[in-house]
Ligand binder design. Structure first.
Ligand code: AMP
Length: 486
């Protein structure tokens, strides 16, 4: 499967069809084809022979899609960077990726104003398609390389499993393009000739606007984190009459609570609910299962699904040996959807990627077990957490806190409510005298930290300490700190 060729075919066959809708702006398949060709021609001229990634910084503008496809058509991967990521972190991502060109929506509009024919295609299946940066435990984001072959394996599977026709489906795009969940709606929509309906940050900020937007979206396939659907469920009118065309919910990225699935089944009698699971390193999702009443009756917590055909989801012990069925171990994914590794980081890559019977295998760091082919997710082995579906390494946040001159040391802890991580709390030892109240000091630190980290990574609460309680081997005692919080 050649993703770009399939998308281009829609541009020739149905040029008027809407490929993307974002706020008041619409982009047709014809425009997407012509303008991504033009951008590719420009990129070729700008750097012939240069295959460095192209950074794309924006939000949900139609030009984002033009930039992604334009870069790929020029034989270069793209690095999506949402505007929610602050300048400092964006600059580090750009520098680490080696990108020499940063495209913004305005720049794309300018470059593609006059049509140019596409350059000759010359990419191979093993070439990078996109590079997604995700939280790294040392405070430096790491770039996951996803190849044409990786993306094609994922999209081929999802398209077949979900039995998309070629009719005019509308896909909800909730996640920003710098999160791999968005790859599910973006490319499933574009290869099936669908319309991608983006919910922007303005809509998410106002629930009233969000429901209005959803009401006129015509969405038939819903792709989001379970947290987002849970938030929508607060509104009682969030039900089939608001979204009469809705036929399926596709969830990924965090635990889908049985209560959420059950409520959705009740309120949307015409829609199927699917749980899918997988890390960015294995291209969005690797397992899936339809959550219906029978599954809800059989399991709590819910399973994350069966492995996609052609990919193995294994449960290993600490020595890399397979565990018997039903026993707990680490989830390992091996197959064509697994990334070749982290960009420019053979050290990190070597720690978690390996070769297994001729395919790439990735150790997820997730606890899990298998029963009758179904995979169950049972939490993390390390200090990576999910807060509202966002992947955060606590070490990333701690390193960024310690980088502030006001802070001598920091430990970040998850704050759980009903078994779910609700927010993060930072325990800090100050390097300066505390000025003002705890609240004032917290506000100041949060504001300083927001220059380095996106809002979703910021701790909600700060606890100021003279010194950390220590374990016998001289490390900050996280268990005692957690007790302080409760
Ligand atoms: P990301 O790379 O942001 O997609 O995060 C991947 C991690 O999210 C996985 O390694 C899991 O820890 C978690 N995750 C993804 N999907 C699910 C799911 N369906 N249920 C529970 N956890 C999930």
């Amino acid at each position: 499967m050649d993703i770009v060729a399939e998308i281009d075919a829609w541009g020739r066959e149905t040029p008027e069809r809407i490929a993307h809708q974002s706020g008041a702006r619409c982009l047709s398949y014809g425009e997407l084809l012509a303008r991504s060709d033009t951008l590719a021609a420009w990129l070729k001229r700008e750097g012939d022979g240069d295959s460095s990634p192209v950074a794309v910084r924006g939000h949900k503008e139609p030009e984002m899609l033009i930039a992604f496809l334009g870069a790929v058509k020029a034989g270069r991967p793209y690095v999506p960077i949402d505007v929610a990521i602050p300048e400092q972190r964006a600059e580090r991502i750009i520098a680490t990726s080696g990108a020499k060109i940063v495209l913004t929506p305005d720049r794309v509009a300018e470059i593609t104003a006059d049509a140019q024919p596409a350059p000759e295609r010359n990419w191979k299946a093993a070439d990078a398609f996109y590079i997604l940066f995700t939280s790294g435990s040392t405070g430096e984001p790491k770039g996951v390389v996803i190849t044409h072959a990786n993306l094609a394996a994922f999209i081929t599977w999802m398209r077949a499993e979900q039995r998309f026709g070629t009719g005019p489906e509308t896909f909800l795009n909730q996640a920003p393009f710098s999160f791999d969940l968005s790859v599910m709606d973006l490319y499933l929509s574009l290869v099936t000739g669908g319309t991608l309906f983006s919910i922007g940050k303005e809509e998410v900020a106002s629930l009233k606007r969000l429901y209005e937007a959803l009401g006129r979206s015509g969405v038939s396939t819903w792709v989001s984190t379970p947290s987002f659907a849970q938030m929508c469920l607060i509104e009682r009118t969030f039900a089939q009459p608001m979204l009469p065309s809705l036929r399926r919910f596709l969830f990924c990225g965090e635990t889908l609570a049985p209560e959420t699935a059950s409520q959705l089944i009740e309120r949307f009698p015409e829609a199927e609910v699917w749980n899918t699971y997988g890390p960015t390193e294995a291209t969005v999702a690797t397992t899936s299962v339809r959550v219906d009443r029978a599954l809800l009756d059989a399991w709590s917590p819910l399973p994350v699904g069966y492995a996609m055909p052609g990919t193995r989801v294994l449960i290993h012990d600490e020595n890399g040996r397979p565990m018997p069925s039903g026993e707990r171990g680490e989830i390992v994914i091996a197959g064509p959807n697994v990334s070749p590794g982290y960009l420019g980081r053979p050290d990190l890559t070597g720690r978690v990627f390996s070769e297994l019977d001729g395919t790439v295998a990735y150790r997820t760091g997730d606890w899990g077990r298998e029963r009758d082919g179904l995979i169950f997710f049972e939490g993390r082995m390390d200090s990576q957490v999910k807060v509202n579906g966002y992947r955060i390494e606590l070490g990333d946040l701690e390193a960024n806190l310690r980088a502030l001159p006001e802070i001598a040391d920091a430990v970040v802890l998850p704050v759980e409510k009903a078994g779910r991580i609700e927010s993060l709390a930072a325990c800090v030892v100050l390097a300066v005298a505390k000025t003002g109240s705890d609240f004032e000091m917290s506000t100041r630190l949060k504001s300083r930290l927001s220059e380095r980290l996106p809002a979703y990574m910021l701790p909600r609460k700060f606890v100021f300490l003279e010194a950390f309680p220590m374990t016998a081997n001289g490390k900050a005692d996280r268990r005692k700190l957690a007790e302080l919080l409760s």
